[in-house]
Design a protein around this ligand. Structure first.
Ligand SMILES: Cc1cc2nc3c(=O)[nH]c(=O)nc-3n(C[C@H](O)[C@H](O)[C@H](O)COP(=O)(O)OP(=O)(O)OC[C@H]3O[C@@H](n4cnc5c(N)ncnc54)[C@H](O)[C@@H]3O)c2cc1C
Length: 409
């Protein structure tokens, strides 16, 4: 692995950190480790970065970390502060519950942000590059040697490091390697239609004015009838981000992401709130159906030898109803950076990873289970939308926790 200059922070051991995957989890880990002065190499299977995904929410648990990394200005440029969530019933659009966030945000002390995943990825990528992380694109890792530890590329090359963070997503090869069997994520039985609709197409309908208002960022959640729909504007109000969750249709078998005909979506939701139907009339041709899966909370996220760790969706894929998959991935990276900085030498790395696991597993399991409970509740015909379980997870400071937890033996 190449040697890089240290960032501003000074830390004694100069570990070689190898990260597999450059999604939100991999990039967050790269920033956290470079901030502490470790050498970071990222292996990414894709030949180049592409703008995938749509809107995502970040609670104070994630925004606080981004602010600590000095990214507040960049985030404020591309993210909106979420003011409230309005739950409405599916057919009449009658308001069931309004959750205002001004007080909560003040109490947390950090913003509740909503933005396009690609914009978050851009911000993290630019920072990781600025800090000197080395990116190796088109490098796919399918096998790991836990003893060295090292990652084996498709062409047989082996890349060793002091510690490896596997951030290769929800269909992780690393997880299957660790478990010694192919481990596909657990299908929830539901799927999500996900699309970005140009707001200029919606502006002609006066009933949609409060829904697409960028400055007064409000998330609408339509609940009931075995489905739920979440929508909010992104990219300075240029697009309306919409996610419709229902029993899986084209992804019910083994497919993970497929294109759908917008008229099929409209047909499915034609008897819902007329405002929602008005929005759905403008669904783009590139509307996708995503199979919704998660992972049973894992007892262990570290390989034998305790030098390789699963982070992000690879270790804790969850249903989007928690709106915490990316947030928890940012936490993972921040926690590892803080914990590794407490190691006195390479011999401490296994202790660090065991401590990481002790710190992370209870919280991650609670978020994963909360997401399942939310999805179930919102699909109930009598749903009132009340009791969004993930709110409890927004006020959390993983960096302090990682600095203060006693290191495992
Ligand atoms: C409908 C929907 C809505 C969502 N809404 C939210 C939300 O509001 N808030 C939120 O926080 N989260 C949300 N999420 C979840 C969030 O997007 C994910 O949890 C998060 O992006 C996971 O990041 P990751 O880096 O772990 O994985 P990924 O983004 O999947 O990145 C994995 C990376 O690893 C690379 N890779 C894969 N295999 C290999 C290999 N063998 N070798 C090398 N590289 C490899 C991939 O190319 C990719 O770059 C949502 C998800 C969905 C589906």
């Amino acid at each position: 692995m190449s040697t890089q200059g240290n960032s501003n922070s000074t830390v004694a051991p100069n570990f070689e950190v190898l990260i597999v995957g450059s999604g939100i989890a991999g990039l967050s880990a790269a920033i956290a480790c470079r901030e502490k002065g470790f050498n970071v190499t990222i292996l990414e299977a894709a030949a180049e970065f592409t703008h995938v995904g749509a809107g995502i929410f970040l609670g104070g648990n994630a925004s606080s970390i981004l602010c600590h990394w000095g990214l507040r200005k960049q985030m404020d440029k591309c993210a909106a502060r979420q003011k409230r969530t309005i739950f409405v019933n599916h057919d009449e659009g009658k308001t069931l519950k309004v959750a205002e966030y001004a007080e909560l945000e003040k109490q947390i002390g950090f913003p509740l942000w909503q933005l396009h995943r690609a914009d978050l990825h851009d911000v993290l990528l630019a920072r990781a590059q600025e800090l000197g992380a080395v990116f190796k694109m088109g490098h796919s890792v399918k096998t790991y040697d836990w003893e060295r530890p090292s990652a084996l590329l498709d062409d047989g090359t082996s890349i060793a490091a002091d510690v490896i963070m596997a951030a290769d997503g929800y269909r992780s090869y690393a997880r299957s390697n660790m478990l010694g069997r192919v481990d596909e994520p657990r299908p929830s039985g539901n799927s999500a239609f996900r699309a970005l609709i140009p707001c200029e197409l919606l502006a002609g309908d006066p009933s949609l004015k409060p829904i697409i208002n960028w400055e007064d960022q409000t998330t609408y959640v339509w609940v009931g009838a075995g489905c739920h729909v979440v929508g909010y504007p992104v990219r300075e109000g240029k697009f309306y981000n919409i996610v419709l969750t229902q029993p899986a249709i084209h992804t019910a078998d083994s497919k993970y992401v497929v294109s759908v005909d917008p008229s099929e979506v409209l047909e499915l939701y034609k008897s819902w709130d007329p405002r929602l139907v008005s929005i759905l009339q403008h669904l783009p041709a590139d509307t996708l159906e995503w199979r919704l899966c998660d992972l049973e909370p894992m007892e262990s996220c570290i390989f034998q030898g305790s030098k390789i760790v699963l982070i992000g969706d690879a270790g804790h894929a969850m249903l989007p109803s928690a709106a915490q998959g990316a947030g928890a991935s940012i936490e993972d990276g921040a926690a590892l950076g803080e914990l590794l900085a407490r190691a006195r030498g390479k011999e401490d790395i296994p202790r660090v990873l065991r401590t990481y696991q002790k710190l992370r597993q209870p919280r991650l399991a609670a978020i994963v289970r909360g997401a399942r409970a939310d999805a179930k509740r919102w699909h109930d015909k009598k749903s009132t939308g009340s009791g969004t379980t993930s709110e409890w997870s927004w006020d959390y400071d993983v960096m302090t926790e990682a600095r203060e937890i006693e290191l495992e033996a």
